[in-house]
Design a protein around this ligand. Structure first.
Ligand code: MRU
Length: 327
């Protein structure tokens, strides 16, 4: 595998390196990934996350395994293990399918998946940036930026492109309970980019919308069904309902690797359920805190499904579409 460089995933000095997103923003620690099993654990534990980036990371882990001389059977088993690491983001499955269809050139295919993802982000940014007007307040949920892709991101990539073309804008970042991707990751990225932003708790979006401070919403996706229903980080659906009530355009930004044409509608999207401890408290570089009675019952879906009827448009790498285009 040749040297590769992105914000949260690198191949350098012959090693596959993952920026440990669990420790951000306090610590910037790069983890060495030496096997498909290690990558599977990192994906499950969210050391690496974001729909496009887990696909890219899994592909590179498989390529390294091939380079080390793994047999076709071992490669197939490793691909199956990586594919099952998380169930919702279809980019992971798409990347593994593409790798398995290219068994005799796995290294070149993984390198292609990496560089294509960065190029797709550029196109998304170009296709979406004109939706942001000078002076807009823009809300985003979770993290759909450089920490979620091998490039500038999807929803955040659109914002970045509008900003870098001189549009004055202000980003409101939902903190995104329970794992705080908005606070820990999106605010961290926006600070690095020097884009004006305000971090809010998830329950503060409605009041800002009512006050006329938010003109557009941009979110990423983990899987878009054929009819335009899509899964994204838990809380996205609530934001879409709020936006509809306030007459605020709500846009989904995603590369074609996030579209699942085999899935007719949102009911067919598998939603990952995660550990109760994520809701009972929080953990990070600061340690671990609990604020709920030990063992208390929780509900912790990692994603929700937003119906297409709440979506004002899809920013795809092939263009902007007010309704989801057919294959
Ligand atoms: O659980 P996560 O942090 O992997 O969830 C990520 C999201 O929901 C993102 O919005 C989505 O993957 C799109 S990232 C370009």
């Amino acid at each position: 595998v040749k040297p590769l460089d992105s914000f949260a995933l690198k191949h350098s000095g012959g090693e596959l390196l993952v920026l440990d997103q669990r420790q951000l923003p306090d610590l910037e620690i790069w983890l060495r990934c030496d096997s498909p099993a290690a990558m599977t654990t990192m994906i499950k534990d969210l050391a690496i996350r974001g729909a496009p980036l887990i696909g890219v990371g899994a592909a590179l882990a498989l390529a390294k395994f091939a380079e080390a001389g793994a047999s076709p059977t071992a490669l197939q088993q490793a691909a199956a293990m990586l594919r099952a690491a998380r169930p919702t983001a279809v980019n992971l499955m798409a990347a593994m399918d593409r790798m398995l269809a290219a068994m005799d050139h796995l290294v070149a295919t993984a390198e292609e998946i990496f560089s294509e993802d960065a190029a797709l982000c550029e196109r998304l940014g170009d296709n979406g940036q004109q939706l942001i007007a000078d002076g807009d307040g823009v809300l985003t949920h979770c993290n759909a930026g450089q920490l979620a892709t091998a490039g500038i991101g999807t929803a955040l990539g659109v914002i970045y492109k509008a900003f870098s073309r001189g549009r004055r804008l202000h980003v409101f970042a939902d903190e995104t309970r329970p794992l705080l991707q908005g606070a820990r990751l999106t605010a961290y990225e926006l600070q690095k980019w020097e884009i004006p932003h305000t971090l809010i708790c998830d329950n503060m979006a409605a009041v800002l919308m009512a006050a006329g401070r938010i003109q557009k919403v941009f979110v990423g996706a983990d899987r878009i069904a054929r009819n335009g229903d899509f899964a994204n980080k838990i809380g996205t659906y609530g934001v879409a309902v709020l936006a509809k009530h306030h007459g605020i355009p709500f846009y989904v930004v995603a590369p074609h690797t996030t579209i699942d044409f085999a899935c007719a509608d949102g009911a067919g999207i598998p939603v990952e359920q995660r550990d109760a401890e994520e809701v009972r408290g929080a953990a990070g570089a600061f340690g671990k805190v609990s604020w709920a009675p030990p063992g208390c019952d929780t509900f912790n879906p990692a994603f929700d499904v937003t119906p297409a009827a709440l979506v004002s448009g899809y920013v795809l790498d092939s263009g902007f579409f007010p309704v989801m285009p057919s294959a």
